[in-house]
Design a binder for this molecule. Structure first.
Ligand SMILES: Nc1ncnc2c1ncn2[C@@H]1O[C@H](COP(=O)(O)OP(=O)(O)OP(=O)(O)O)[C@@H](O)[C@H]1O
Length: 806
């Protein structure tokens, strides 16, 4: 091993390239360096530790610490440059541990530096990527969800309020609870017995044993027995009081004979807290529960009505004259007592302290019934103003907690002087309260609130949509039977309201509904009568019109007959003229023509017979050779009765001159009745070319007219059916026979008629079924062979159906 001088292992000396003067100096120097290094290293290590600990939190701190570490480590590195020299030092035994320590520390520092770098990178990475898009998205989603929940909450909250209110209303806006106190020591010692009996299974009924041993039953919303504690009482009361926080006005009062426990129920004792204490406690608790979305401001007032005077119980009046307080109507229509102290309270304890101080100054006196009898009505008012933090909606509810003065018979409690006066005022105000409640129960138009200070004060919390709860306090003692019955009867009257405005309203609504129904039925009856009258007059008018229509139809029928007759006569004349023109010499033709053109006078319509059958069928073209100039296919009856078809061109020319229209129809059947002389001569010989025996229908069963669509349909299907028919055309048949509009409308007739030249259908939209309308519509479709020939002039082609029929 090579020995090294102390100078060689001195890092400072190495760095600065200096040489120590002696060994002791060198040792000293080394010691100094060692201590310096120790201090520095420990500092650096501490710094590093601290920096490492802080890395998670403070990036800047870490950076600074890291810089320090870097500086420190550099120094150490510098210090440990010549490890080898140290190893060679003669003071190796002393310096070795130091150097080893330095080396260890420098290694540690290096490691820490690495860690620091890694952590710094991590931190930088986290800082750069913050806020992460995913985090942002989640935040956004949470925000939306929050908004939705807020909306839902508001909806649910208002629904809860509504339902809650409905439940209270269904139970009755004025509810009556009865509470019976236990027999007190005096009563027990006096040997008084209990006259009150309770139904074991029912908590809303009680029976009073009357002096004549009869039992009187009373029913209330709830009956509390002597063993029921304050908690049980408040459990039933709680739902009503909390509605103050929803903005409703509530009034709870205790009524009853003196010494029956009114004050005990309302105020209670420190051991048995009453309704007031528990109510206020509940209000504060609920308002705190709702703190997340509602902000409430509770204020309290306490006053008494003593001898019809209002006295503020929260003001110490001992050293000053009592301030006179009056009830006034505020600008918003509510009643208030200007000057009444109404401090805001933030905590329950504060409020309770205030109320305790007020109770202490309340007017009490000793009566024969109660040592500490309340000689005034004590009214505690809690005003709850609420603000919804979500939608800003504001509510204001007032709660009155009233401990009434004892109702007692003046004679019974043996009072005189001031006590007597007090009792008179008490009874007067209680009687006024009874009147108000009775008016509310009977839904009277006027409620006498102003008859006493008590009712005037409670006006805004009695009736209407306010919730009222009355405790009727009774004594079980037989000695108080009369008073008990009085109180119970009064409470029953109040309970007339108990069945409540809601139930009463429901009843009234039902009654109103039935009334309205009865009125409607009456009106309906009147209406029906009117309609019936209208209907009968319309029926009369209709009958008259029908009669008129029938007359018109008759006329139309006559005209039709007349027309048919005329046609028949004309045809005969034409035929005769044609026959004679064919047989006589040409020199006589002129004279003959003149005769033929002369029409015989028409017979009176009644003596003329309707045309039995008119045939309009043109003979098939093949049956007649085509003619050069004109044509004539008329069937010519000869004098010997044989049918003779003339085809001479001369005769045809004459015919075409004589019969200008291409008339093809010839009457078929000879009339059976009397005819004119001319007709008689030709009667047996006349036949239509269309009347071939095979196809001729029953002469009397069918009267074909061009417009008879029924006939068309009959022949169309190739199965002629000869249903007996009326003798006249269906077209002009009486209305009852016209079954459908399709059968009678000109369109329908035209479509089935082979007489395509019939007057154009004008009633494609024809819908009327009235006889008059139909009769009018028929006029244009009266068929005439002449008209037909005129219209058909351009075409000589035979309709296919005509050939079928042939
Ligand atoms: N339910 C009850 N349980 C136990 N004790 C009761 C009950 N009700 C009343 N008492 C007791 O009866 C006494 C008279 O009660 P309280 O003073 O409340 O009667 P009150 O009706 O207020 O009388 P007043 O009208 O004269 O003020 C008290 O000592 C009270 O503790």
């Amino acid at each position: 091993m090579v020995e090294m001088s102390p100078e060689d292992c001195d890092p400072v000396a190495l760095v600065h390239d200096s040489k120590p003067s002696s060994t002791s100096e060198t040792v000293q120097t080394l010691e100094t360096i060692k201590s310096e290094l120790d201090g520095d290293v420990s500092d650096e290590v501490q710094t590093l530790d601290a920096a490492t600990n802080d890395l998670d939190g403070d990036v800047t701190g870490k950076d600074i610490a890291a810089e320090q570490v870097v500086g420190g480590s550099d120094l150490i590195e510098e210090s440990g440059v010549s490890n080898e020299a140290e190893e060679a030092s003669p003071y190796q035994g002393e310096t070795l541990p130091i150097l080893q320590k330095i080396i260890d520390l420098s290694t540690k520092i290096k490691d820490l530096k690495k860690d620091h770098t890694v952590l710094s990178d991590e931190v930088k990475l986290t800082t750069k990527t913050f806020p992460d898009p995913e985090v942002l998205n989640t935040l956004q989603l949470l925000g939306t969800e929050h908004e939705l929940l807020k909306k839902k909450y508001l909806a649910e909250s208002s629904e809860r309020k509504r339902l809650y209110n409905e439940v209270i209303e269904l139970k009755g806006n004025i509810r009556v609870f009865c509470r019976c106190r236990p027999l007190n020591q005096n009563e027990i010692s006096n040997g008084s017995t209990t006259v009150i009996e309770f139904e074991s299974s029912l908590d809303n009924e009680l029976q009073v044993l009357c002096s004549d041993s009869s039992k009187k039953q009373f029913k209330f919303d709830h009956v509390f027995r002597p063993e029921d504690n304050q908690e049980a009482v408040f459990a039933q009361t709680k739902p009503i009081v909390t509605s103050v926080l929803d903005g409703f006005n509530v009034c709870i009062f205790a009524y009853g004979q003196t010494g029956t426990g009114k004050t005990f129920t309302m105020e209670g004792t420190p051991e048995n807290r009453g309704v007031n204490y528990r109510t206020l406690e509940e209000l504060f608790r609920t308002s705190e529960d709702r703190g997340g979305f509602m902000r409430y401001e509770l204020s309290v007032s306490m006053l008494e009505v003593y001898n019809e005077k209002i006295r503020d119980l929260l003001v110490d009046n001992t050293n000053q004259p009592t301030k006179k307080l009056e009830i006034k109507q505020a600008a918003d229509g509510t009643l208030d007592v200007p000057g009444l102290v109404e401090p805001h309270v933030n905590v329950f304890e504060e409020m309770w302290e205030l109320l305790k101080s007020g109770s202490r100054v309340r007017s009490v006196g000793s009566t024969s019934a109660n040592e500490l009898s309340s000689r005034s009505h004590c009214l505690l008012r809690v005003t709850a103003k609420g603000e919804n933090l979500i939608n800003g909606q504001r509510t204001r509810g007032q709660l009155w907690l009233v401990d009434l003065a004892g109702s007692e018979r003046v004679g019974k409690i043996e009072v005189e002087g001031d006590r007597l006066k007090e009792s008179q005022f008490i009874n007067k105000s209680l009687s006024a309260l009874g009147d108000v409640i009775s008016s509310l129960a009977s839904k009277a138009a006027h409620v006498p609130y102003r008859n006493s200070k008590l009712t005037h004060m409670l006006q805004s919390s009695l009736g209407g949509d306010c919730k009222t709860l009355m405790f009727v306090q009774i004594s079980p003692s037989s000695s108080d039977l009369g008073e008990t019955l009085c109180s119970l009867n009064f409470a029953s009257r109040v309970r007339g309201v108990e069945s409540g405005p809601i139930r009463k309203q429901a009843d009234l609504t039902e009654l109103l509904k039935y009334k309205q129904m009865a009125e409607k039925a009456k009106q309906d009856e009147k209406e029906t009568k009117k309609l019936q009258d209208g209907l009968s007059s319309a029926q009369l008018r209709l009958a008259a019109r029908e009669h008129m229509c029938r007359n018109l139809q008759e006329k139309v029928r006559d005209l039709e007959n007349q027309l048919a007759e005329e046609r028949k006569t004309r045809l005969k004349q034409e035929t005769r003229a044609f026959a004679s023109s064919a047989s006589i010499p040409s020199w006589k033709q002129g004279a003959q023509k003149t005769v033929a053109e002369k029409k015989p006078p028409l017979a009176p319509s009644k003596s003329r017979l309707p045309l039995r059958r008119i045939s309009n069928f043109l003979p098939p073209s093949s049956a007649f050779p085509p003619m050069k100039n004109s044509y004539s296919t008329s069937a010519e009856p000869s004098l010997d009765g044989k049918e003779n078809i003339s085809t001479t061109s001369g005769a045809a020319r004459i015919t075409s001159r004589l019969i200008l229209p291409k008339r093809m129809s010839i009457a078929v059947r000879p009339p059976t009745t009397t005819l004119t002389t001319t007709q008689q001569v030709r009667k047996p010989k006349r036949h239509s070319i269309a009347t071939l025996p095979a196809l001729r229908p029953e002469p009397n069963s069918y009267m074909a007219t061009p417009l008879n669509n029924t006939s068309a349909s009959r022949f169309n299907n190739g199965k002629p059916s000869f249903v007996p028919r009326k003798r006249y055309s269906r077209l002009f048949s009486p209305m009852p026979e016209l079954k459908t509009a399709a059968e009678t409308t000109p369109t329908a007739m035209r479509s089935s008629s082979k007489f395509m030249g019939s007057p154009p259908a004008q009633a494609s939209s024809f819908k009327s079924r009235l006889p008059t309308a139909i009769a009018l519509q028929r006029k244009p479709v009266v068929w005439s062979p002449l008209k037909f020939m005129k219209n058909r002039r351009p075409s000589l082609a035979l309709p296919s159906r005509a050939s079928n029929e042939m």
